[in-house]
Design a protein around this ligand. Sequence first.
Ligand code: CA
Ligand code: CA
Length: 308
Amino acid sequence: MTGIIKTVLSIFISAIMVINPQFLDLLDIGKMPDENKKIDMDKFVEVWRDDFNGTEIDKTKWSPSWWVTERKGGYWHEDMCRVENGNLIITSMYLDEPPENRYYDKWHDEIDFKEYKPGWYTGELTTQGKYDQTYGYFEIRCILPAATGMWSAFWMMNDKVTNVDGSGKDGTEVDVFESFYYKDRWWGNDCITTGIIYDGYGSETQNASIGKYFIKGNPYEEYNTYGVEWNKDEYIFYINGCETGRLSAGGVSQNPEYLLVSCEFAGENGIQFSDRHGTGKISKTPEENWPAEFIVDYVKCYQYKDLV
Ligand SMILES: [Ca+2]
Ligand SMILES: [Ca+2]
């Protein structure tokens, strides 16, 4: 988006925000982080971080792949994640020659190992079993992958997310950001989305979202921070330390949550196709920047000083 269009859109959106903020959600138009509501870091102390220094992924902090399987429209594979120049880089691309590893298809609960196939490959890291935390502030600094048909995400999970008890208190998927909107036709190119999911992923699933938010500058070329402050009453989301929105639907998770950094392709069973959020069909045209890189400078966790 050019600077002038962005400025005009910014003024337009600011005007609507004054009149009726909900109007933007109805139209599914991105909103701006509130520069008058900055996070107060004085109330926190840092308790965990990874700056991705060195030459390889720190396996004392992260495990590659939460489960190793087809993941939506592609495959997660450890080889797609690397540490380089102080960053974690998750690469996403089509591989005609699939990796030789075979994998256990836990997602479909099958007994036999299956072969990887030619397809779209990307990666995921999780702290599951290695680090989790209840409450605090969680932040990632990163550059988003510039490609249609996929998205990057910084999110949190608890193994009880699937427990259907009518609430999110037992555990909630907290999607600090998801980057669905590269070249989105509906004014979303520079937007991310933020929300929560609880009570599993079946017919009882529940979710809430604060909608789409614009990033200043170009999030596909510049570093920005995306964070969530989590206390027993609510989740407060931030972009570059400025508040975007708050959620407490269904009751806030009271249990420790682990972290995930990932990329995913739209689709199912390893087959890529356009799906929710208007993510779009993958295009192999040159302007789509394949292979796409999700570049993460750091992930940090803070705790409230009075809870340490
Ligand atoms: Ca629940
Ligand atoms: Ca770094």
